[in-house]
Write a protein that binds this ligand. Structure first.
Ligand code: T3D
Length: 263
């Protein structure tokens, strides 16, 4: 498919989606959203794609919503700042949270505004040392969106989340890592190689089990301990009878790397 605002490439089971408006720091437009939807649909249905990496072209991950794009209007003809969220951002965030394959946000540079929170909706977030994240909304007198008010307190705690959102400070990669917003930081020169290696690891891993792990992790956000323990038992029943689980144990006994099929 020909895209104009993203680049999508597949290699060794990994779909890499690069937000690609580098002269505008990959700011999101409705075209970019539509193209992202198409690329993610492809990733969902194509069994050969087992991991999705979301990154940015050029020096930024993304500067969030394109502030020069014409605003949507409500039925009364007035600007409606919620409309774009309902049409584009909210479905994207929900889709990423529920995505059936492993998703990696690779912050090659600044992740700002809605883009920061889209990154946080991915399963694993890694960053180049020069990258930063900024809940920039308050700087332009807007409320954090794209799930930030939900995800940030859960990741960094209520007080720190509020400080991030109220100050709109740029938080450097190392600090993001200490806060738990980023899993690992890599030197800029090594970043692309490290991301590719991590994504290839996921693509070669037990895809069905990954899906179950994600289901358990997401469910824990609403479950009490007893409900979660029961869910774990059920999911383990599924995982334990998979071909991959049998292969995992056989490979361990035979002292060789496992060859997973994702079922
Ligand atoms: O509909 C709604 O608006 C509601 C939805 C809101 C969701 C949101 O995401 S709100 C948050 C939106 N984002 C921002 O407020 C960030 C705006 N950008 C910046 O503050 C700065 O650009 C950065 C701190 C991210 C980076 O600064 P710097 O100095 O490294 O780069 P720059 O020179 O400011 O930007 C380079 C170019 O990208 C520049 O274009 P030009 O002048 O060379 O033609 C700049 O205008 C453009 N750019 C950067 N961010 C955006 C953008 N263009 C459109 N929209 C942007 N968000």
């Amino acid at each position: 498919m020909a895209f104009t605002a993203i680049r999508a490439t597949v290699d060794e089971g990994v779909l890499t989606i690069a937000l690609a408006r580098p002269d505008k720091l990959n700011a999101f437009t409705s075209v970019m959203h539509a193209e992202l939807r198409a690329a993610l649909s492809e990733a969902e249905t194509d069994a050969a794609i087992r991991c999705v990496v979301l990154t940015g072209a050029g020096r930024a991950f993304s500067a969030g919503q394109d502030l020069t794009e014409e605003r949507m209007r409500g039925a009364d003809g007035q600007f409606d700042f919620g409309a774009r969220l309902e049409q584009d951002y909210n479905p994207l965030v929900e889709r990423l949270y529920a995505f059936p394959k492993v998703t990696v946000a690779a912050l090659n540079g600044p992740a700002v505004g809605a883009a920061a929170n889209i990154a946080l909706a991915c399963d694993v977030v890694v960053a180049a040392r020069s990258a930063y994240l900024q809940e920039a909304f308050a700087k332009i007198a807007l409320v954090p969106d794209a799930g930030g008010t939900w995800s940030l307190p859960r990741i960094v705690g209520a007080k720190r989340a509020l400080a991030l959102m109220l100050t709109a400070d740029q938080i450097p990669a190392e600090e993001l890592c200490r806060m738990g917003l980023v899993y690992k930081v890599f030197d800029d020169a090594a970043f692309a190689g490290e991301v590719a290696a991590l994504a290839r690891r996921f693509a070669a891993g037990p895809a069905m089990t990954y899906r179950l792990i994600k289901e358990a992790a997401r469910a824990s956000e609403r479950n009490d301990l007893s409900t979660q323990l029961a869910l774990e038992a059920n999911l383990q029943r599924n995982a334990g009878t998979s071909e991959d689980a049998a292969e995992g144990v056989t490979a361990f006994r035979e002292k060789r790397p496992p060859k997973y099929k994702g079922r």
